[in-house]
Design a protein around this ligand. Structure first.
Ligand SMILES: [Fe+2]
Ligand SMILES: [Fe+2]
Length: 361
């Protein structure tokens, strides 16, 4: 920086003080726009998470005060959120409980992990939840959850709360009753799940996918079919859940992926300006993020922040399935999406350290 010597140190200090008094800040100090993203990756083990989530059943009940019994994945270094734009949390709903109906401008997804006999109602459509199902509750849609089964239900909530909070667009409303009226069961599936056919009398003009519920059996079948054909060098057999009316991402702020890493495959490394939160739905393996190796197994959660080098590998003899939420649609809509491959060492990062829970990252 070209520093002039016209002012003495004392005069310079007075200049900055005078500017500060009238709320003026020098643009040549700090220079935020030149700094690369600085967030750390992190991982949570299912064996640590599950007992504490189950125990949360003894701590609170999802009534009108508590609303939701959730435990957030709290990445070190972030005041809130799991990445700077998204938050992921584990929700527990016990037999006989209802998490009361409400709506909010932040968008949410549910990725179902464990249990049966519970449903989420979204805008009057009752969606029975099974492990591996993806359910959307887009911005400002009414939603409530009820467990009519006899076992605890656990799912992953993914929301764009940090982004919406930053944009000062948070609105929230409770439904007058605990549950909203139900108009149908699985109606969005009946109308839109084929992906290629839709009712002639429905011309959805929504800011999100009119298909609200993506069933696991169809998802897994699609992955297996694709595995016969090809793969991506950075993500192996990866599929994006899509809006059947546009072919684009299911939501405006977040997209959801599911990927199958074939047994023994190690992908190439790359980095991009979108951040990702993964759940290891099946299998075991590891990811290398900025040179650090994260060994994961079924049920674990992993966060890959913006612009971190990352690659994934499945253990020999066993396929791995990773579900993820990503903020890619935001970055693309603002022309801020950037991606690059790792070209040294044949495309794979040297492993310089290993992650373990509880040690500083
Ligand atoms: Fe909600
Ligand atoms: Fe990636």
């Amino acid at each position: 920086m070209a520093v002039q010597d016209k002012l003495s140190a004392e005069e310079l200090k007075q200049y900055y003080n005078s500017a500060d008094e009238v709320r003026l800040g020098p643009g040549w100090v700090g220079r935020e726009h030149e700094k690369p993203p600085e967030l750390e990756p992190y991982m949570w083990r299912w064996s640590d998470v599950e007992p504490l989530v189950l125990k949360s059943g003894d701590v609170v009940t999802p009534d009108r005060d508590v609303e939701r019994r959730i435990m957030r994945l709290a990445t070190p270094g972030l005041e809130r959120g799991t990445t700077h734009t998204m938050v992921a949390a584990l929700q527990l709903l016990l037999p006989g409980e209802t998490a009361p109906s409400h709506r909010h401008t932040p968008t949410a997804i549910r990725w179902i992990l464990k249990g049966e006999g519970a449903y989420t109602t979204v805008e009057g459509d009752k969606c029975w939840m099974e492990p591996g199902d993806l359910i959307l509750t887009p911005s400002w849609t009414w939603h409530d959850h009820t467990n009519e089964g006899n076992q605890p239900m656990i799912w992953l909530d993914g929301l764009d709360v940090p982004l919406v909070g930053y944009l000062k667009a948070n609105f929230y409303e409770q439904f007058p009753e605990d549950t909203q009226p139900v108009n149908g069961t699985g109606d969005s599936i009946k109308k839109f799940a084929s992906g290629t056919l839709r009712p002639t009398w429905e011309q959805p003009d929504l800011a999100y996918s009119p298909l609200l519920h993506y069933k696991w059996d169809k998802t897994y079948e699609a992955l297996q079919n694709l595995a016969e054909l090809g793969s991506d060098p950075f993500d192996d057999v990866a599929m994006e859940y899509s809006d059947p009316t546009t072919g684009g991402p299911v939501l405006r702020t977040m997209t959801c992926w599911v990927q199958l890493i074939r047994p023994g495959v190690r992908t190439k490394a790359h980095r991009h300006t979108s951040s990702k939160i993964y759940q290891v739905f099946k299998g075991e393996g590891y990811s290398v993020i900025n040179g650090q190796r994260f060994d994961w197994t079924e049920g674990d959660f992993l966060v890959v922040p913006s612009w971190a080098w990352h690659e994934h590998a499945a253990a020999d003899g066993k396929e791995a399935i990773l579900f993820s939420i990503q903020d890619t649609p935001i970055m693309k809509s603002m022309a801020l999406y950037r991606e690059e491959p790792y070209v040294e060492h044949g495309g794979n990062q040297p492993v310089t350290s290993r992650f373990s829970v509880g040690t500083p990252v």
